[in-house]
Design a protein around this ligand. Sequence first.
Ligand code: 13P
Length: 312
Amino acid sequence: MLISTTTMFNICYGKFAIAALNVWSMEQVLALFSAGEKSSSPFIVQMTPVVRNYAHSEMLIGMIKAASKIYPKAIFAIHIDHGNEQHVLDAIRSGDFTSVMIDASHDSFSKNITRTKAIVKKAHEKRIAVEAELGVLSGVEDDLSVEDKNALYTRPEDVETFVNQTGCDSLAVAVGTSHGAYKFSGGAGLQFDILREIHEILPGFPLVLHGGSEVNINEIKRINQAGGNLGVSAKGVSGKEIRESINYGVCKVNIATDARLIWTRVHREFFGDTSELFDPIIPGKTYMKELEEFIIEKFELLGSVGKADLIK
Ligand code: 13P
């Protein structure tokens, strides 16, 4: 059942969080829906504009609708991740999305407010929730690359004005995570002092953690053993940090890199071990199974297992 992120966040706030998985393929959509139904966990299926260009938005939405028929007990929201005005307005018009993100975080504070507020007005007319971002995350997400030196933590003193003036429904905060496999290169970790302050200023307001991948070092090692060349400094957010962030209002945790790493490892190992084979279905099945297991573990970590009925 397709539901609103607002409904999800009203129920999970301070107790558990919702995993938002970035998808680009049929295997991922099936794994996510199967995981959600099996563990009775609500989830968010999200896509970036780059992925919508790659797979075509009609194809992605078609796969999601099909998955919701195959897994009729799945409770989910559909969200556009890191959109600009064109992507977001397109998504609003389509009627397929229950939530959109307008990412004007690279603009000045006042321009971010102006751009976000305009989208909120349009989205709310259609009862669609809006995620906005304040602060700048470093790292690489599709075609967006921000160097560490240009990253900016969210300033707690700005959040109240931003939320009041824009009317956004949730706020992505930059508190030390980054997109991609190389987080915390300076070793700083998640900035709980900033997160705590934001939570105190905005009690009850849903916060979003981008860059939520764990970046399991065993995946990196296996990828490299199978011919990959990923830097061993690859590092993500620990489960402990994720759990703790829920106490400070984090309701949505974005995950893309971990799913990419599992895909890379499964395919490198498969084709490396079976050089005589060329059947995409065999590694495809392995990927679906392993991704589903990974997602269920994430639901357990976030505390969302068994909560689908509560939200429905
Ligand atoms: P990761 O790169 O940590 O998976 O984060 C993805 C993300 O935040 C998408 O918006």
